[in-house]
Design a protein around this ligand. Structure first.
Ligand code: NDP
Length: 324
């Protein structure tokens, strides 16, 4: 089967399509034929070595696919079922094995691409607005990269909970996408002063929460945009990791709080993962949540997909489709 491997850390030139045997399905596992593998920023951090893994390894953590074999000790999942998963290393491949607890059985009214998109980015947006900061009506949130994969979902979920979204984007097309997703105000952070614009929009108050997946280039403006006792949520490093930070500054900035969460800790049990998936799928079926697929690529074009993602040329979810 074809896989996309990293043999040494580096740019997208290190990605290599490699033929490996289809993995054996253990008694506690299922074997899945991958129909879509999600492209996420974490894949680029693993490729570059920012989040190191022992090399060589197969990239990818998110996907959806058809169950083709079920281990002897697994119950509740049948051959032929459509499943999706947010955190199975090695998903840039034609087949993957996983434990039943690692995946969600997809309801029949959800298609495979949507199910895949709901996993890593969907569950991330969900835990950010429910469990990290429980967004309520009248809350005002600053969402960076509001037209990105996580960003478009944050806009929709915050707006659905009655919150106000101020989104940052780098192009007019992205501004339109973020507005369609529910952003009430847009800041072009490529040419506007973010903290100053936030103060103008909020009559000087600042925002209750900042969702910042951009990292190094936005961190300082994010802090300056918060209201008294606001919460800084730094959840990613698309522009690079944040340098060491002096905690005492949080006091001078208005008794701010800061959190650096990661998805795995918010899908710590299968029940929690299932709850997030159920709410996301209910949003799709109810017409309140849309997973915009920003691009599909053959599995063998993973490098091009990552170049587009890191080159800021994309909006929404990118998927790799194995050729089989
Ligand atoms: P996106 O689709 O949001 O792509 C990243 C976006 O960031 C770009 O489109 C771009 O939007 C913006 N950006 C700003 N500066 C840069 C830069 N220098 N280089 C590249 N992009 C830049 O990606 P994802 O939705 O996959 O991920 C968003 C963030 O969320 C990432 O940091 C990721 O690591 C993080 N994440 C964290 C998780 C967690 O649990 N902690 C889980 C999932 C994702 P624009 O052109 O508008 O500036």
């Amino acid at each position: 089967m074809r896989t996309v491997q990293v043999g040494q850390y580096g740019g997208t030139e290190v990605l290599a399509v490699a033929d490996l045997p289809v993995p054996m399905c253990g008694p506690e596992q299922i074997l899945v034929k991958v129909l879509a593998a999600g492209v996420n920023f974490i894949d680029t951090y693993q490729r570059s070595g920012l989040y190191p893994l022992p090399t060589p390894f197969t990239l990818g953590r998110e996907g959806s696919g058809e169950v083709v074999e079920v281990g002897a000790n697994v119950s509740g999942i049948e051959v032929g079922a459509l499943v999706a998963w947010p955190a199975v290393q090695g998903s840039y491949a034609e087949y993957v094995t996983m434990s039943a607890a690692d995946c969600i059985v997809v309801p029949t009214d959800i298609d495979g691409n949507t199910a895949c998109a709901a996993m890593l980015q969907g569950m991330t947006a969900h835990y950010l607005v429910t469990s990290v900061f429980d967004v309520k009506p009248k809350d005002v949130a600053l969402v960076h990269a509001a037209a990105g994969g996580v960003g478009l979902l944050l806009c929709q979920l915050i707006a659905a909970r009655g919150g106000t979204v101020i989104g940052t984007v780098s192009t007019e097309d992205k501004a339109t996408a973020a507005r369609l997703a529910g952003a009430h105000h847009i800041i072009r952070y490529d040419r506007e002063d973010v903290a100053q614009s936030v103060r103008e929009i909020t009559n000087g108050n600042g925002v209750d929460v900042v969702y910042d997946g951009v990292g190094a280039s936005t961190f300082e403006a994010s802090l300056q945009s918060l209201t008294l006792r606001g919460l800084m949520v730094t959840f990613g490093n698309a522009s690079g990791p944040i340098p060491p930070f002096e905690l005492l500054r949080l006091s001078g900035l208005g008794s701010l709080s800061i959190i650096r969460p990661t998805l795995n800790d918010y899908i710590a049990t299968h029940e929690e993962m299932q709850w997030r998936a159920d709410e996301l799928f209910a949003g799709v079926v109810g017409g309140t949540l849309n997973f915009a697929i920003g691009g599909t690529y053959p599995l063998s074009d993973a490098a091009r997909a990552q170049d587009d993602l890191e080159g800021r040329r994309t909006s929404g979810k990118l998927l790799l489709i194995p050729e089989h």
